[in-house]
Design a protein. Structure first.
Length: 700
């Protein structure tokens, strides 16, 4: 069947794209559109043309899988130019999402109508590119630069209502979209409406054209921290072209910018990530017949920071949730914090009072485990101590239905050991949220050795419903994310002892694109947490124990690794810390040496990659790209660097092996010895991406 069809309904031609799942503009669609618009344009019986789409959405953009392959004619710009030059009213009928090349195609039409639930946007920046088929030149002309700039720089779609308010959409259609679009087209024919191409609309940018300096105000109003990402910089200049150049010159600039970005590593990284995120929840050894159970009611144990955040996720998704605490006092404190969080969101305009009331009404607080008797899923978020976890699960075993799925939010404990305390091992798994749990997207779903497919499918389904990005991991200490972070932590501390200062280690990390370095991060989290754990486990860290002994717990006490002045969150390097570090080096018999930013960066990043290789070796992650998803979503790895395993392939595994061996020798840090898998792949001239997918290993 053809992906583009043309039929006449009376004197209106209807061109329909039908290319599931999202009507992406693959070559056949572009060729089909060109042909159909040419035919309908030349058909004397046709007075107007409606473009619509079958299935769940309007065109969601270019076909991303075609990027990097030799281009095939016709290009999208040629198709749009043909549409734009048709001398009869053309109307795009939008439902679902008109994104990227999809919206650009619609901008080639004279008019756009949409259902109220539709969204439109130019999300190319999220793929490390810019709109390459006229979007940067047409959208400012249609909506004004004040609207187009933030849309294109953020990549976030807007609602049909917003689009209507800014002239991007001409009418919202109630009821049947196609019928409404045809009626709209007929009306335009009857009115003898003047057909103005979007490219010729100059009124909304006339002021800026006369005063091009005002463009800098728009940049300033939408400024975002840009830690080395190329696309926003290139896109900004291409957008400037919309007011400083003719339309055709502006288009030329757009094409050059697009071509530059699309072949770059940052765009490759972002495209890799787009597909990685969608792959991460696919479980190859799970039968397609397995159906998730519907979670109509959830339970959460613990109203602390994690438990509260997890609870909010359910309420936000409209799922009733019971939160259980040990005492009324702790429960009320937890519920109070939840309410305060919602109030803050309301103050910022994120939700309405009605939303707040609805969400709070879905949350039931209790100090009685028996109130979980009708829950379909219960997530435990109590202290990270095995005996406490076991006690909670033993209680849950008694009060919940045998088919209730029980999940632990542990960030490193053995999920199989916790499961073994219940009589329903297949219905137990890990659901590891990241703090703040109502904000962070990542959810590590820990598949125990005997977790059932149904329980796993349910956790994945719930994760999507509560707006998380699920990634399946196996059982080991710290799973994927924290295990790799520990490797970096060991290196960071070692670098301090060998001669680096905290600000140098943090600078190498932010220089790579992380929002924060490891030491600024530990100051934010609180140094006392690690101190307490070390004391309980009989471990020591001279530098960090000394800081804690001085009451320097981090931001909350005004000093930690760094000093914080006047309530500011800006870390200031501190001589006290430097002295503690220098003493620690001396006590360890280490002669301090200057360490380059390159060495610091490589040791931090390569140690994580090395641990990632071990994780793959042991079957704790299914694919290298799953590790990338964990890092980008949970740990601030810059998405334009693709994630640790993608980045490793980019750098080249032989280089990483050679460097790790050198650093291991020099520092004496055994964990830097390259993992067997890393060495094997490097020797075979392969990258991680050649590994494909293998199921989580079910440990013996
Ligand atoms: C562009 O347009 C450049 C132009 O300016 C210039 C050109 C010259 N291509 O997300 P889902 C697949 S750049 C290929 O799970 P949802 C996706 O991988 C493009 N494949 O569904 C998945 O496959 P699978 C600008 C695509 O309902 C399946 O479709 N546009 C594309 O949650 C379902 O996707 C964008 O960046 C694509 N463009 O969300 C939009 N899109 O089933 C990107 C999706 O095998 N897409 N797939 O896992 C989206 O944001 C979401 O997919 C969308 C639907 C909101 C549309």
């Amino acid at each position: 069947m053809s992906v583009v069809s043309l039929r006449n309904e009376g004197d209106v031609a209807v061109i329909t794209v039908d290319n599931p799942p999202v009507n992406a503009l693959k070559h056949e669609v572009r060729a089909g559109l060109l042909d159909a618009f040419k035919k309908a344009g030349a058909d004397a019986n046709v007075k107007a043309i409606v473009l619509n789409c079958a299935g769940r959405t309007f065109i969601a953009g270019a076909d991303i899988t075609e990027f990097g392959k030799p281009p095939k004619e016709p290009g999208l710009s040629e198709v749009i130019a043909t549409i734009e030059n048709v001398q009869k009213p053309t109307v795009a009928a939008i439902h679902g999402t008109a994104l990227g090349g999809g919206l650009e195609t619609a901008l080639g039409c004279h008019f756009r109508v949409a259902v109220a639930t539709a969204k439109v946007g130019l999300p190319e920046i999220k793929l490390g590119i810019l709109p390459g088929a006229g979007g940067t030149q047409r959208l400012p002309r249609l909506a004004g630069m004040e609207k187009a700039f933030p849309m294109i720089i953020s990549g976030d779609p807007i609602s049909a209502k917003d689009a209507l308010a800014h002239g991007i959409v001409d009418e919202i259609i109630d009821g049947d979209l196609l019928a409404g679009a045809i009626a709209f087209a007929k009306k335009k024919v009857a009115e003898g409406a003047k057909l103005v191409r979007v490219r010729d609309r100059e009124e909304k940018i006339a002021d800026l054209k006369a005063n091009p300096d005002k463009f800098n105000d728009i940049i300033a109003a939408n400024s975002k921290k840009n830690r080395g990402e190329e696309a926003p910089v290139v896109t900004t200049e291409v957008l400037r072209g919309a007011i400083t150049k003719s339309f055709d010159e502006g288009l030329k600039g757009e094409r050059e910018g697009f071509m530059k970005l699309v072949v770059g590593d940052q765009s490759k990284a972002k495209r890799h990530y787009f597909f990685a995120e969608r792959e991460a929840a696919k479980v190859p050894d799970m039968s397609k017949d397995v159906k998730p159970k519907t979670v109509k009611k959830a339970g959460v144990i613990g109203a602390g920071t994690m438990g509260g955040g997890i609870t909010m996720n359910f309420a936000n998704a409209g799922i009733p949730v019971t939160i259980v605490e040990m005492t009324e006092e702790a429960l009320n404190r937890g519920l109070g914090i939840i309410r305060k969080n919602y109030e803050n969101t309301m103050r910022r305009g994120g939700i309405s009072q009605a939303d707040l009331d609805k969400r709070m009404s879905l949350i039931k607080g209790s100090t009685d485990f028996n109130d979980l008797s009708d829950a379909d899923l219960v997530i435990e978020a109590v202290f990270e101590e095995m005996p406490i976890k076991k006690e909670v699960f033993a209680k849950l075993e008694k009060v919940t239905r045998p088919d209730t799925i029980l999940a632990t939010n542990t960030s490193y404990l053995n999920v199989d050991e916790i499961a073994a305390t219940t009589g329903r091992v297949p219905n137990v798994l890990g659901m590891h949220f990241f703090s703040p749990a109502n904000v962070m997207k990542l959810l590590e779903i820990v598949r125990g050795k005997n977790t059932s497919d149904e329980a796993l499918a349910t956790a994945i389904d719930v994760a999507r419903k509560i707006n998380k990005v699920p990634t399946i991991v196996g059982v080991c200490h710290g799973f994927v994310g924290n295990r790799m972070l520990k490797a970096r932590g060991i290196e960071a501390e070692s670098l301090l002892l060998e001669g680096a200062l905290p600000q140098e280690v943090d600078a190498a990390t932010t220089g790579f694109g992380f929002p924060m370095g490891p030491f600024a991060m530990s100051d934010l989290a609180g140094l006392d947490i690690g101190w307490r754990i070390r004391k309980a486990m009989g471990q020591k860290s001279e530098i960090f124990d000394s800081l804690c002994e001085l009451g320097r717990y981090g931001q909350k006490t005004g000093s930690g690794v760094y000093r914080y002045e006047g309530g500011s969150r800006t870390p200031i390097p501190d001589e006290v810390t430097e002295q503690i570090i220098v003493n620690a080096s001396k006590n360890a018999g280490i002669k301090r040496r200057p360490i380059s930013q390159q060495e610091i960066g490589e040791r931090l990043i390569f140690s994580m990659i090395n641990e990632g290789a071990r994780i793959l070796e042991e079957g704790i992650a299914m694919r290298p790209s799953d590790i990338d998803v964990v890092y980008v979503n949970g740990y601030g790895w810059p998405v334009w660097q693709g994630g640790p395993m993608f980045y490793a392939d980019l750098v080249g595994l032989p280089y990483i092996v050679e460097k790790l061996e050198g650093y291991a020798k020099e520092s004496g840090n055994e964990h830097l010895q390259p993992a067997a898998l890393l060495k094997r792949l490097a020797a075979e001239g392969r990258g991680f991406s050649s590994l494909g997918v293998s199921p989580i290993k079910k440990a013996a």
